[in-house]
Write a protein that binds this ligand. Structure first.
Ligand SMILES: Cc1cc2nc3c(=O)[nH]c(=O)nc-3n(C[C@H](O)[C@H](O)[C@H](O)COP(=O)(O)OP(=O)(O)OC[C@H]3O[C@@H](n4cnc5c(N)ncnc54)[C@H](O)[C@@H]3O)c2cc1C
Ligand SMILES: *[C@@H]1O[C@H](CO)[C@@H](O)[C@H](O)[C@H]1NC(C)=O
Ligand SMILES: *[C@@H]1O[C@H](CO)[C@@H](O)[C@H](O)[C@H]1NC(C)=O
Ligand SMILES: *[C@@H]1O[C@H](CO)[C@@H](O)[C@H](O)[C@H]1NC(C)=O
Ligand SMILES: *[C@@H]1O[C@H](CO)[C@@H](O)[C@H](O)[C@H]1NC(C)=O
Ligand SMILES: *[C@@H]1O[C@H](CO)[C@@H](O)[C@H](O)[C@H]1NC(C)=O
Ligand SMILES: *[C@@H]1O[C@H](CO)[C@@H](O)[C@H](O)[C@H]1NC(C)=O
Length: 569
């Protein structure tokens, strides 16, 4: 779909306004619109929020302003570095306006730079009051509003053209308690985290206190940002459930500008929606409180196996599927990553990461042996590396930084346990076909089952398919700044046109997907991401956000808006 640039949108939208009584189409105010705030109004907002209003530029433009007029490769590829730049997304493609006419791009080291999909101003929030002022300003002035904590979103939902950004990266409070009260009920030990707190900071804090929490296997994702709203899986999910199953309370600024405390007894409908109803659709989270568990040591294992052909890798994936229930007794979490051969390597690589609580290295090796031995008995595969280390569970779940600066999109499906039990050989077939079709990375995360299944009776917006799933299967499509736009366009559609039909041999034609790690262009996102919960979510949206201030791609209510959330359709 090709749509007009901001300037053209203005003309089109003005027309729409004049026809409002017939078509009821509305547009957000963008620079050039009659209703767009004047400089004085922005200054007044800036004064209200202590001078924390900043002009936003794309990452490449920011880099051009540095000494030497460029970012180093180390900076460009660092999620931590990017988190210091208000306009930065972790994946560079989301900053690009590929679909604007003409395309509005800001590529690394380019001599010219357009604003692309990057907001115009950002409120660098330090408090709930900053957020409230920004939300009221956006609402009063009919602005396109976006919210960002880490910028990790692989659906690009934390950026939009001509928008006002509220960035919650500055909300870094963490506090721990042994007795968290909801009403008069003691919910036990819990941690309250600001929505800008990164995974690595959270795990360092829980480790200090002898605790662990269900949070991402990552360094810089924000657990109290988009992660928990989408459901939030973890290596610990088979043991403890999803993040959304373990969140006890939110403090959130909703579209009216009110700061609400949301839990099972206060605004329970919004509490339902915030647990699985999709990131960015409900308000601006100030903080979230998660249940904690006593920390323990875990055996962390890395097994790397090379395969000489797509067929051999497919056979390896079948063996993995046959043994996928071996680790149920210990409720392990596991990540099975397959990388295609690159121009430099003749073999494909499997990297298997396994987390097993309270086990020694020898016990972990014994638990993995049936898979490992069957895998290595296959023709045309060979062991590359194997390691088992015991460490504090907190240390096993994060690294110093996350990789950034790529151009990529993903697509995914949740795969039911019953399918893996009955047809493990279909898994191998799917891997082989995806690789034959040019997939560069195919991953299966074994982060469901166990407590995720046992939590089926929790009333929340988590897609019920999570409760019967065993794996989350995903592929990535990648490009570079040098890739021609026509090819980029094809790669952005590749999941729907090529990869999904292959995956559907496992998921079925009406399968579900995890809304946080998926294709933003899912045509039936309402059912794919939210299943039977969509109607209820629509009602909750109408109650807390009647004017659609919080619209994200493939989010609740987004069917009423264009790709950018700028005009209704
Ligand atoms: C390296 C990496 C590792 C990952 N690991 C995991 C994992 O282990 N498990 C897992 O489940 N997922 C994982 N994810 C996916 C992750 O859950 C999503 O990318 C998620 O959207 C990140 O949320 P964020 O707030 O950090 O990102 P952002 O890009 O800042 O925001 C994502 C979405 O949340 C909204 N949002 C952000 N902050 C707020 C706020 N304060 N209030 C309201 N809405 C907000 C945004 O508007 C946007 O819609 C990973 C992603 C990456 C890139
Ligand atoms: C907001 O105010 C601060 C402090 O006065 C100033 O440095 C900053 O440039 C202002 N922001 C904008 C967008 O004008
Ligand atoms: C951009 O410039 C930097 C510094 O000159 C250089 O290190 C880097 O390789 C360049 N990258 C690209 C993609 O041009
Ligand atoms: C962070 O903690 C401080 C000290 O307890 C408190 O004053 C402040 O309001 C908190 N900020 C947020 C955004 O919750
Ligand atoms: C293994 O490799 C040989 C030689 O390349 C090939 O003939 C055979 O088909 C391969 N087997 C599998 C299962 O990939
Ligand atoms: C391939 O090898 C070349 C030369 O050693 C190196 O510069 C390049 O980064 C490698 N590419 C990949 C994808 O590993
Ligand atoms: C780990 O072992 C300790 C001590 O036996 C126990 O209290 C704890 O519940 C165990 N944790 C897990 C996740 O199995």
């Amino acid at each position: 779909m090709r749509l007009p640039s901001t300037a053209v949108l203005f003309v089109v939208c003005t027309l729409h306004f004049s026809l409002a009584h017939e078509k009821r189409e509305i547009c957000r105010n963008v620079p050039g619109s009659v209703g767009y705030p004047k400089a004085a109004a922005w200054s007044k907002l800036n004064a209200t929020i202590g001078g924390r209003l900043v002009q936003v530029v794309p990452t490449a433009k920011y880099c051009a302003s540095l000494p030497g007029a460029a970012c180093t490769d180390a900076q460009w590829t660092s999620a931590l570095f990017r988190s210091t730049i208000p306009g930065s997304m972790v994946d560079n493609n989301w900053e690009q306006g590929y679909d604007l006419t003409p395309p509005s791009l800001c590529l690394r080291n380019a001599t010219t730079c357009d604003q692309g999909n990057v907001p115009i101003f950002s409120v660098e929030a330090q408090s709930a009051a900053d957020i409230q002022a920004a939300v009221k300003f956006a609402s009063r002035n009919n602005l396109r509003l976006v919210v960002k904590s880490s910028g990790h979103d692989v659906l690009g939902r934390s950026t939009a053209p001509s928008s006002l950004l509220i960035r919650t990266t500055g909300l870094q409070n963490i506090s721990m308690t042994d007795t968290f009260l909801v009403g008069k009920q003691n919910m036990g030990p819990a941690v309250t985290v600001g929505s800008g707190v990164r995974t690595q900071t959270l795990y360092q804090e829980t480790k200090k206190n002898g605790k662990i929490v269900v949070a991402p296997t990552a360094a810089t994702v924000c657990p109290a940002g988009g992660y928990v709203q989408g459901a939030g899986h973890s290596a610990l999910s088979p043991l403890f459930g999803l993040a959304a199953d373990n969140v006890l309370q939110f403090n959130i600024v909703v579209a009216s500008g009110e700061l609400l405390q949301v839990n099972s007894i206060s605004h329970p409908d919004l509490f339902y929606a915030l647990r699985g109803g999709g990131a960015g659709s409900w308000g601006v989270i100030v903080s979230a409180t998660f249940r904690t568990f006593p920390a323990f040591d875990e055996a962390f294992s890395v097994v790397e196996i090379a395969a000489s052909s797509n067929a051999a890798m497919g056979a390896l994936a079948t063996v993995h599927a046959r043994h996928i229930f071996d680790l149920d007794s210990v409720r392990a979490g596991q990540y099975f990553y397959v990388f295609a051969a690159t121009s430099n390597t003749t073999a494909l690589t499997l990297q298997l990461f396994t987390h097993i609580a309270n086990r020694t290295a020898a016990q972990a090796a014994e638990l993995l042996a049936p898979f490992r031995n069957a895998a290595l008995a296959l023709p045309n595969v060979s062991l590359v590396a194997e390691e088992y280390v015991v460490q504090n569970v907190n240390d096993a779940l994060f690294t110093a930084d996350d990789a950034a600066g790529k151009d990529m999109v993903v697509g995914s499906r949740l795969i039911p346990a019953s399918v893996l039990r009955e047809r493990p050989e279909t898994v191998g077939k799917v891997y082989e076909q995806l690789l034959d079709a040019g997939a560069l990375e195919v991953a299966s995360f074994v982060i469901a089952g166990g407590q995720v299944t046992a939590n089926a009776d929790i009333s929340s917006a988590v897609h019920p398919a999570w409760r019967t799933a065993k794996t989350h299967l995903l592929t990535g499509n990648f490009w570079t700044d040098q890739t021609p736009l026509s090819e980029i366009d094809m790669l952005r559609k590749n999941f729907q046109t090529t990869q999904l039909p292959i995956m559907e041999q496992l998921s079925g034609n009406n399968g579900a997907a995890y809304s946080n790690e998926a294709d933003v262009n899912e045509p039936h996102f309402q059912t794919t991401f939210f299943g039977p919960n969509y109607a209820k979510l629509t009602g909750i949206k109408a109650k807390y956000d009647p004017d659609d201030l919080f619209i994200v791609g493939a989010g609740v209510g987004s069917e009423r808006w264009d790709e950018w959330g700028l005009c209704t359709v």
